[in-house]
Design a protein around this ligand. Structure first.
Ligand code: TXA
Ligand code: MG
Length: 350
């Protein structure tokens, strides 16, 4: 398949491009598009066939449900059985934005889109290109992250091109996705709402609006016996090709341990990479590839650079990667969650 790649600018939208992309989705095709979190791979959420195509293009297991993206609040009611009051409050506070809410689904949403579940995940992204495309595509766009299954989510159109070129109809290139980590997911079908995936919208921000929320125990604890409630969280996503070890502890101990490990791996013939921060980058003189995610003072930059950096290590043929760890306040929890998954929960205490 020939994939059409078109540049677009969210601040000066070329509506003829958006109309063409919307028409492709309405006709059952697939279009990758930017959002404020990561790039998504969009298809018609009401078409079982489009959802099957999404799974095939990504090489994704079909028990892993898709998020339905909408662009108008009133469109929510057609796809859910009921919108609880807390959902309305969360939508008021955070939509459009990086929050996905899970509801009981209506009959309109095919099981192919929800991975066989009775529930549906819904999000209204905060990105002009995405919102315009959803409108032109009929209002309901099913979209997982636009990466091959098992690769880091795409934060640039280049990443989408790398993974999906030749497998989908169109890619809209609108530069860098803003946040760089996928949306926070909250399940509203339980008595107490449960966070299934941490993201930019933190537990504290959610609780300020709706009161007590719980966190799915499987998120940060690899030993938790139960499977995560978001089926996608059980897969080893975001896996770099080189084996990745996270080193936790005080900064002094972490840098010393990584220096020691890097030197040792190098002597063993490995090509060694280090994931670190501006504050520590100069210390790792014994590694082949040293990449800083940004300053520890700037959590947003660290989030934005994580997936891109993991991809870069793959390109450089690094065989062993050591990473510093990050605190679990605010977005730190989302960063650690993705890093732990990339590492297959392989961590040591320095
Ligand atoms: O920021 C985002 O959410 C991006 C952009 C494109 O919007 N999308 C995204 O989609 O990250 P995806 O498919 O890569 O991740 C969706 C996650 C998966 O872990 C999936 O299992 C979970 O949401 N999920 C979807 N529907 C669900 C449901 N009904 N119940 C529980 N988990 C669900
Ligand atoms: Mg994904």
């Amino acid at each position: 398949m020939n994939t059409k790649i078109v540049s677009i600018d969210r601040d000066k939208l070329d509506m003829s491009v958006i109309a063409e992309a919307g028409q492709i989705i309405r006709a059952g095709g697939l279009v990758a598009f930017p959002t404020e979190t990561v790039y998504g791979l969009g298809g018609d959420a009401f078409s079982a066939d489009s959802s099957r195509k999404i799974y095939a293009a990504k090489g994704r297991p079909s028990d892993n449900p898709l998020i339905v993206h909408i662009c108008r609040m009133e469109d929510l009611y057609a796809i859910v059985q009921e919108a609880p009051e807390c959902a309305i409050r969360l939508a008021d506070a955070f939509w459009p934005g990086p929050l996905t809410m899970i509801f009981r689904k209506s009959a309109k949403v095919p099981y192919e889109t929800t991975g066989g579940l009775e529930t549906v995940a819904v999000r209204m992204p905060n990105h002009q290109t995405a919102l315009a495309l959803i409108g032109q595509a009929g209002g309901y766009v099913a979209a997982p992250s636009a990466n091959l299954s098992g690769r880091p989510s795409p934060t640039l159109a280049e990443h989408v091109i790398e993974d999906l070129s030749g497998r989908i109809d169109m890619i809209l290139d609108d530069g860098e996705a803003g946040i760089g980590l996928e949306s926070t997911i909250i399940d509203l079908t339980e008595e107490v709402p449960v966070i299934l995936r941490p993201g930019y919208i933190t537990k504290g921000m959610l609780e300020a609006v709706i009161g007590e929320t719980a966190v799915d125990k499987a998120i940060l604890n690899a030993d938790a016996k139960q499977a995560p409630k978001a089926p996608g969280m059980k897969y080893r996503h975001y896996a770099p090709k080189g084996s990745l070890l996270i080193v936790a502890g005080s900064m002094e101990r972490v840098t010393a341990a990584i220096r020691r490990l890097a030197a040792k791996s190098r002597r063993a013939g490995e090509k060694v990479g280090v994931i670190c921060t501006d504050e520590t980058a100069a210390l790792y003189t014994d590694a082949d590839v040293v990449k800083s995610l940004g300053s520890r003072q700037n959590e947003a930059a660290i989030a934005r650079h994580l997936y891109k950096t993991l991809r870069e290590f793959d390109e450089e043929g690094v065989t062993r990667i050591y990473s510093e760890s990050f605190g679990d306040n605010k977005m730190g929890q989302a960063i650690m969650n993705r890093l732990l998954k990339a590492a297959g929960h392989h961590t040591i205490q320095a």
